[in-house]
Design a protein around this ligand. Structure first.
Ligand code: NIG
Ligand code: FE
Length: 417
């Protein structure tokens, strides 16, 4: 609950004036304090500054609080992972092998693999089993530095099974480990048994959304708006149905094609539009006028061998960008934000500062948490991680695949020793 870190080599992403997000050229700015201290009291960030300021601090600020000397180490705010499908059953390494042999993601999906494969497995799995496996994954990602996470349904595809996933998310929230946001994604794929796709969309609109809302199971409503999945018109209908129940849109768009998903998301004031492998001038123009956070998921592009998102073009156009993991069994079986940082720098040509902004303050905004997470600011939740002894923050994305984190602190308590 209470902790003082002293002699921090560099305290990263400090903030004295609240920001909603950072955009364009500002993304290359990463505020830090060298030779710093940080005090977490009652789970919240109470004070921070230079060691010189610490020495002048009135003792009432730190009396009775344990002090940890972290000389040679950096401290970051924990990552906000604003897009995951952490509750799932089974794995899909057979499809992974099929893709190595030349099949495409869409061909596998059309043949009943992909999302429908995961849905079948999830339907056969009990709520308790799902909860146990999701809890293991949640612990795994906290140990990798994640301090807030969004989790979607979407592998249920029946009323009962979509509710089952979201009830698991509710139980994960009740653990009070880290902040969790829940997203309803009934519109992830059309189940095979529906000859008429409108019938499934009617089920989403008339039954799933009202029941999800009645149980208070979701914060956001998602649709996979892409070629072979849901059209912009269908997406618009589903998003409006969610909005009528207070569920703000947060959607999958433009992963496989220029689907119109970005525009329909922006038109419905989505908090974020995610994936974005296919982005042109029209999409950028729509995003420029909006409060919608463009969120890139390079882990999925990497794993599926899809084109990478045009991050440079978007930053140069003045847009903000968030990055998230997309942790799921089909397109990104990893929830590692450190790996995402490396992919963003190596493949999207984002600067380390831009990538770090994208997985902290901007991704916190993409899940409605910019007031409490995503930076080192007084009053924000005391979720931080301490690095190993590393020479600079750029070392983190540079040393891809290496574990550069030493300790994770959640609400002022040591979570990862
Ligand atoms: O975010 N793109 C759609 N949905 C997931 C992947 C789903 C799957 O293949 O299981 C994604 O990449
Ligand atoms: Fe996803």
């Amino acid at each position: 609950m209470n902790l003082i870190l002293t002699n921090i080599k560099e305290l990263v992403q400090t903030e004295t004036t609240p920001r909603r997000w950072v955009a364009g050229a500002d993304m290359a700015q990463l505020p830090t304090i060298k030779n710093a201290f940080l005090i977490i009291r009652n789970g919240l960030i109470a004070e921070f500054g230079t060691m010189e300021e610490y020495r002048q601090l009135d003792s009432r600020f730190y009396n009775g609080i344990d002090e940890m000397d972290v000389s040679g180490r950096m401290v970051f705010p924990c990552f906000a992972d604003s897009h995951t499908h952490l509750v799932y059953a089974g794995s899909r390494e057979q499809e992974f092998v099929d893709r190595i042999k030349g099949k495409t993601y869409e061909e596998i999906a059309a043949a009943g693999g992909g999302i429908l494969n995961s849905a079948k497995r999830l339907q056969e799995t009990s709520e308790e089993e799902l909860y146990q496996s999701a809890m293991i994954r949640l612990h795994e990602v906290i140990n990798l530095g994640t301090g807030a996470i969004e989790i979607k349904s979407g592998y249920g595809l029946t009323v009962k099974d979509e509710l089952k996933i979201l009830r698991v998310v509710k139980r994960l929230k009740a653990l009070n480990l880290i902040e969790i946001k829940a997203t309803f994604l009934g519109a992830h794929a059309i189940p095979k048994e529906y000859q008429d796709r409108k019938e499934y969309i009617d089920l989403i609109v008339n039954e799933m959304i009202p029941q999800v809302a009645a149980e208070g199971l979701a914060d956001y409503c998602d649709v996979f708006c892409d070629k072979g999945f849901f059209t912009p018109e269908e997406t618009d209908r589903i998003l409006k149905a969610g909005l009528a129940y207070g569920l703000r849109p947060k959607i999958h768009a433009n992963q496989l094609s220029a689907s119109g998903g970005i525009q329909v998301g922006v038109a419905n004031n989505a908090i974020s539009v995610d994936h974005l492998e296919h982005v042109g001038e029209a999409e950028i123009a729509a995003l420029k006028t909006s409060e919608t956070m463009p969120t890139l998921l390079p882990g999925a592009a990497f794993f599926l061998g899809l084109p990478y998102q045009p991050a440079r073009k978007m930053i140069e156009a003045g847009l903000p960008l968030a990055l998230a993991s997309d942790y799921n069994p089909g397109s990104c079986p990893s929830g590692s934000i450190p790996l995402i940082l490396s992919l963003a720098c190596i493949k999207l040509k984002m600067l380390p500062e831009e990538a770090i902004n994208a997985v902290t303050i901007n991704s916190a905004y993409a899940m409605g948490l910019e007031k409490t997470h995503g930076s080192i600011a007084k009053g924000k939740v005391g979720n931080v991680f301490i690095t190993q002894e590393i020479p600079s923050y750029a070392y983190m994305p540079y040393a891809f695949g290496s574990d550069t984190i030493d300790k994770v602190i959640i609400k002022g308590k040591i979570f990862r020793e």
